[in-house]
Design a protein around this ligand. Structure first.
Ligand code: PGA
Length: 255
């Protein structure tokens, strides 16, 4: 089986002003210096601070992600940022289909899939988020929801999917303080990997990283990362502070 390098992503959502973005980088870099070779670390600020963060992290192992991207290269799409523009800025990663995009901003599967295709075409690494709502979990629909969200991947050739990362983020666990138990996360991650093996290929399934997100904190990162199919963490609230995010990475690597 291929080694999947642990991956930790900080999703800052609509938080942090320029000065806070600037203060985070040296502090976090210093904290993670010792173990940065063992994992990949990515910070996702709001789009206006992407250039600043790319510049600040240039001589560090820290990478940068956008929180979304447009579904076209350019055009009349007010408020959107195209994947071509992200690439021009030196941004290599993009989070897509985050639950806040899907449920607060009503992005449906078709739109998320169009964004995904556009991102892949530009060679960006998408972090494709999937996850069920509480009522869907309660009514036993978790796997069918995940399957529906993954379905669009079947329309893309395996070669073009290269680099794809998946994040399982149960909606009921995001920002609620209630994380999925390691066993609950493992169950869905294993389901996603099996789906990838069946619908894309077993090589692809083995090398694709599947992250968990939803109320990750320093005191649950090791237990979550100890699960065989949890390859990394997508962290919201607890990633805003460099000490806390650094601790999540450190403990996660020692799992
Ligand atoms: P949270 O958010 O860690 O604050 O629950 C995770 C996410 O939305 O990516």
């Amino acid at each position: 089986m291929e080694q999947r390098k642990p991956l930790f992503i900080a999703n800052w959502k609509m938080n942090k002003l320029a000065q806070e973005v600037g203060a985070f980088v040296p502090k976090f870099n210093e904290l993670t210096n010792i173990f940065s070779s063992k994992c990949e670390m990515v910070l996702a600020p709001v789009s206006v601070y992407l250039p600043k963060l790319v510049e600040l992290t240039a001589s560090t192992p820290i990478q940068v992600a956008a929180q979304n991207c447009g579904a076209s290269k350019s055009g009349a799409f007010t408020g959107e940022v195209s994947p071509v523009m992200l690439k021009e800025l030196g941004v290599h990663w993009v989070i897509l289909g985050h639950s806040e995009r899907r449920h607060v901003f009503k992005e449906d599967d078709a739109l998320v899939n169009a964004r995904l295709k556009a991102a892949l075409e530009e060679g960006l690494i998408p972090v494709f988020c999937v996850g069920e709502k509480l009522e869907e979990r309660k009514s036993g629909e978790t796997f069918s929801v995940i399957e529906r969200q993954l379905k669009g991947l079947k329309d893309i050739s395996e070669n073009n999917l290269k680099g794809l990362t998946i994040a399982y983020e149960p909606v009921w666990a995001i920002g609620t303080g209630e994380n999925a138990t390691p066993a609950q996360a493992q169950e869905v991650h294993a389901f996603i990997r099996q789906w990838l093996a069946k619908n894309i290929s077993s090589t692809f399934a083995n090398r694709t990283r599947i992250l968990y997100g939803g109320s990750v904190k320093a005191d649950n990162s090791a237990q979550l990362m100890a699960m065989g199919d949890v390859d990394g963490l997508l962290v919201g609230g607890a990633s805003l502070d460099p000490l806390s995010f650094g601790d999540i990475v450190k403990r996660g690597l020692n799992s």
